[in-house]
Design a protein around this ligand. Sequence first.
Ligand code: NDP
Ligand code: OXD
Length: 321
Amino acid sequence: MTETQTPRGVLICPMPADKDAMHAAFLAQSGDRRVYLYPELAAPDAPMAEQIGCIVAFRPPRDIFASLPHLRLLHGTGAGVNHMLAVPDLPRHLPMARVVADEVTQGMAQHCLHALLRELRDHRTYDRLQREKVWKRLPQRDAGTWPVGIMGLGALGMGLADVALRLGFAVRGWSRGEKSVPGVATFAGRDSLPDFLAGLSALVVLLPLTPETTGIVGAAELAAMAPGAVVVSAARGGQVIEADLIAALDSGHLSHAHLDVMATEPLPPESPLWTHPAITVTPHIAAAPNGPALARLVLENFARLEAGAPLLFPVDLTLGY
Ligand code: NDP
Ligand code: OXD
C-alpha cells in the first residue's frame, strides 16, 4: 500500500503558547512517522494533507476536516473533547481518543484541593486579617463535617475523591452510571441530584460538557447546598449558569466560587466575574498533560489503530465524552 492509501502522518494543532514544546515532543518520539504542525506545514490545500492520518487538537481549526481526506483517528490534546465534537463537519464515523494522564489527574486534584483547603481552613479570612494586622484564631473546622460533592467520578473526579478522603473530607460523588467507591457516598443519574446536593459545603464540578451537563448547576442546585457553601468549577464553563451563581453569591447563600473555566474564554474584560468580591478566577489552568506524555499517548494510540488494537481512553461519540 502507498502512504496515500494508509496515511501515517500526524497533524498537531496546538494552542499558540504550547506550539514549540508540543512540536518538539512529537518530533522526539515519532520515529519514521511524519509530524505536521498546523498551520505552518498543513495549510488546507497543502499536498501533505493527503498523508495525514491523525489529527491532534483541542479546538480543531475551522474547515480543516474537508482538507484531510484520509484521516483515520481523531485525538484530543486534553481530557475534554467538547470543542472537537462541536465542529460541524467532524467526521463522526472515525474513532476518537482523549487524554488521561497522571499529571492531569494530579494537577486537577491539586487545583481543587487548593480551593477546598483555602475555604475549609478560612484562609481567605486570614488573608484579610493579616492585611488588617489582626491576630485572631478561628476554630479549626472538621473536614469530616464539611461535605464535599464531586460532580463527575471519572479520571479526575476519582483522583480528587481519593486525596480528599485521605485528608478527612466527607466526600460525595455523582455520576451517570452507578458506582461503588469505598468511603464515598455515591449518587447516580439526574433523579439523585437533589439528594447529592442537599446540604453540601462545597461542590466541585468535574463533568464533561455534553448536552446533558450544559447548565446543570443553576439556581435550584445552588439553593440546595448549605448556607455559606462554595463552588469549585474546573471542568467547563457552560456547566454552571454564571448569572445564577452571581445571584447566589450576592444573596449571601454561597460564600465563594473558584472558577477556572467560564462560558466565554478568554474571559472578556467586561465580565462581572473578574471583579466580583466572592469569585476567584483562574485562566483555565487547572491541569494539562505535558508535551512528551501527550505525544506518547497519541503515537501509541495511532500504532494501536494500525494494529487493530483497542484505543486507550476512547471517546464515545454518542455520549459526548
Ligand atoms: P471522564 O470522562 O473520565 O469522567 C466524566 C465523569 O462525568 C464520569 O463519572 C461520568 O459518569 C460523569 N458524567 C458524564 N455525563 C454525566 C451526566 N449526564 N450525569 C452525571 N454524570 C455524568 O472525564 P475526566 O474526569 O477525565 O474529565 C472531566 C472534564 O474535566 C473534562 O471533560 C474536561 O472538560 C475537564 N477538564 C478541565 C481541565 C482544566 O484545566 N480546567 C483539565 C482537564 C479536564 P460515568 O462514570 O457514569 O460515565
Ligand atoms: C482539558 C482541558 O479538557 O485542559 O484537558 O480543559
